[in-house]
Write a protein that binds this ligand. Structure first.
Ligand code: ADP
Ligand code: MG
Length: 377
């Protein structure tokens, strides 16, 4: 066990690293962040910030020498960086799991080989493969770059072979995946923590609404029956086992075709849809990340109150600083801002959560606060 007082290493300086640092500090750990941006959300609150690229070998060696364990908040860490760190110190999650999660072809192939339900898909590495994949899948599809896509970036809907060829060229001819477009009944997610001993602690299922490919809201409990909820959690647990995972894992699920579950994608880190746990669970996802990384017992994932979370994107700043006072007047509301200086459209600047007597009321009040900030309904 890595005990309080030790220093924890974080690869990546975004908001997830920032919330990890907050929780690490509460538990008595020090945090050292490696992140190229000198003004990052996590770098600003860490005890130490190594400003360097993720592939800077000297910087990685410095991080390892200072850290009892290194974890990440970012799936796009180059695989050789994690492999090097693993020779020098303890690393969670396993680099092999990060390698699967950072490439949509490896991810979907792993899921399919392990017997998990996914949307039908094909890897696309050339224009002719784009055309043949579109013909085989038929109907409406979605082309996604295999790597580096997030928040709906690097995706295009296509409905025939010509459009698939055009979209593939527009992506710059990089490796892609073509997926059948499912008619979604709901989007769910499950966040869990898994220890090195295989023990797991699973958070309640979140129900997510995306707008333009970006998460807008998460509500918990999800408006689904107990059977589907248990199935979703069980599926996420089996996915974690299949990767021999250690750490916090986010599993995005689709419900389509009359209540069937499909695995959409996995995140080898705390997940945006798990931010509700900070205010509404006995232990939150960032504390679980600390516990799993340090080999401590995992915490209680019990939901203390129905909750809704809404993301605050840079668009809210279009007419200047949002009216925080109005939102904060909402009872049960908590505001989380990530300390980003530049509010660009689509950029995640923060989130708010509202606790209420029922999930419906929590969402209604969260949306009201969001509208008071200038958010569109
Ligand atoms: P990202 O890494 O950007 O989150 P996702 O694969 O999760 O990429 O896609 C973002 C959103 O686009 C999903 O949450 C969902 O709303 C929609 N989407 C993605 N793939 C499909 C699909 N095969 N069928 C229907 N909708 C999809
Ligand atoms: Mg996603």
């Amino acid at each position: 066990m890595i005990l309080p007082g030790a220093t924890l290493g974080m690869l990546g300086g975004g908001q997830l690293g920032r919330m990890f640092a907050f929780r690490s500090h509460e538990m008595g750990y020090r945090v050292v962040v490696l992140e190229p941006d000198p003004h990052s959300p996590a770098g600003a609150v860490a005890d130490e910030h190594i400003v360097a690229r993720y592939d800077d070998e000297a910087a990685l060696r410095e991080l390892a020498s200072k850290s009892a364990v290194v974890t990440t908040e970012f799936e796009n860490v180059p695989a050789p960086a994690l492999a090097l760190l693993e020779t020098l110190t303890r690393v969670t999650p396993p680099p092999s799991a990060v390698a699967v999660a950072q490439d949509r072809i490896a991810e979907k192939t792993h899921l399919q080989n392990a017997g998990f339900p996914t949307a039908d898909f094909a890897a696309v590495g050339s224009s002719s493969e784009a055309a043949s994949a579109a013909r085989r899948l038929g109907g409406r599809c979605i082309l996604k770059t295999a790597r580096l896509g997030y928040d709906g970036k690097g995706q295009a809907p296509v409905s025939n072979a010509d459009e698939a060829v055009q979209a593939y060229a527009a992506m710059g001819g990089v490796p892609c995946i073509l997926e059948e477009m499912l008619t979604l009944e709901r989007e769910l997610s499950v966040v869990l923590a898994r220890g090195a001993d295989g023990n797991m602690a699973v958070f309640p299922v979140g129900e997510n609404v995306h707008r333009g490919g970006i998460l807008h809201s998460t509500v918990v409990p999800a408006a689904i029956n107990e059977e589907l909820s248990a199935d979703a959690q069980g599926l996420a647990e089996r996915v974690a086992d299949s990767l021999a995972y250690v750490g916090v894992l986010g599993v995005e699920l689709f419900v389509a075709n009359k209540g069937q579950l499909y695995v959409n994608e996995i995140a080898p880190r705390p997940h945006n849809s798990g931010h509700y746990t900070i205010d509404a669970c006995a232990t939150d996802q960032f504390e679980q990340q600390v516990r799993a990384a340090c080999g401590l017992p995992l915490g209680d994932t019990r939901l203390v109150s129905p909750v809704a979370m809404i993301n605050l994107l840079g668009d809210l700043w279009a007419e200047g600083e949002p009216a925080w006072g109005k939102a904060l007047a909402e009872p049960g509301l908590r505001l989380h801002l990530y300390g980003k200086a530049e509010p660009r459209p689509g950029r995640k600047m923060g989130h708010l959560t509202v606790l209420a007597a029922s999930p419906g009321e929590a969402l209604q009040r969260a949306e009201r606060a969001y509208a008071a900030l200038g958010g569109r309904q």
